[in-house]
Ligand binder design. Structure first.
Ligand code: ATP
Length: 244
């Protein structure tokens, strides 16, 4: 089997003297949708931010695309090398228009004539995939609803043409119907070939679309396995899905 797209061993993250992530081992294979689930404060977001270069971390191994050492890469080097983050809280540029946000997503791509034509073609594809954004291209991003902002954040990340998409809590603060809609989009993006690492507190919906999952508790991985198996595991059902 090919080497994983992302391979992490012994990942730790500390805030001052407090260790939030205490030694995670996990991997994401090309084309997989892997989710990291767990209760509030388990350390999921800290782990994802560390991988994205937004928090200092330590690890025995943190390798992306077989030969890129994440311990030695700056945050701004992630996207040009194929890793995009959709942060918790979306992080759209609120005073800029929807179109400007999308264009910024492609900032690190080639700017010659061919590069610009490719970006334009991707923009059109993105607007087909996200029709709500097409209707609101000139609107400032800050006036979009929470669900629309989540779509914009995802579309902006995809404009960077990443190999791996890191998605942090896309369901946060959204009404149940919108959560379903957002997860349909995540599933479509995955079905089109994107490799995704998803951090999500809503274990029920994450396990429905993921291939594999890691369950975190207090900074450590408690369980791991195929999502289809975990969703039926009585321990997971009781603790994380609220079902007996
Ligand atoms: P949630 O699902 O609630 O977002 P999480 O699993 O993503 O939780 P983290 O946000 O990674 O968990 O937090 C892990 C631990 O680190 C928590 O105990 C939290 O209080 C702590 N923590 C997070 N950010 C900071 C910070 N900036 N300073 C100090 N402690 C922090």
């Amino acid at each position: 089997m090919a080497d994983p797209m992302l391979r992490v061993q012994g990942l730790t993250v500390a805030y001052g003297g407090i260790q939030a992530v205490k030694g995670l081992n996990f991997h994401v294979n090309q084309g997989e949708l892997v989710c990291l689930i767990g209760c509030n404060g388990a350390g999921k977001t800290s782990a994802l931010k560390a991988l994205a270069g937004l928090l200092p971390f330590d690890a025995q191994t943190a390798v992306f695309r077989q030969n890129l050492n994440l311990l030695e890469m700056q945050a701004h080097q992630r996207l040009p090398n194929g890793m995009a983050l959709v942060p918790e809280g979306r992080g759209v540029f609120t005073r800029m228009s929807v179109l400007e946000n999308l264009e910024l997503g492609a900032y690190c791509r080639r700017a010659d004539a061919q590069g610009k034509a490719d970006i334009q073609a991707d923009l059109e594809r993105m607007l087909l995939a996200f029709p709500r954004l097409k209707e609101r291209l000139k609107q400032s991003a800050g006036t979009l609803s929470g669900g629309e902002q989540q779509m914009l954040a995802m579309a902006r990340a995809l404009m960077g043409k990443p190999e791996l998409l890191l998605l942090d809590e896309p369901s946060m603060g959204l009404a149940p119907l919108l959560v379903e809609k957002i997860f349909e989009v995540v599933q479509q993006v995955h079905q089109q070939g994107m490799t995704i690492l998803l951090v999500e507190q809503n274990a029920h919906i994450a396990l429905q679309i993921a291939n594999r999952a890691y369950v975190m508790d207090s900074g450590l991985i408690d369980y791991e396995g195929q999502a289809s198996e975990l969703i039926n595991d009585p321990r997971i059902r009781e603790t994380y899905l609220g079902q007996l």
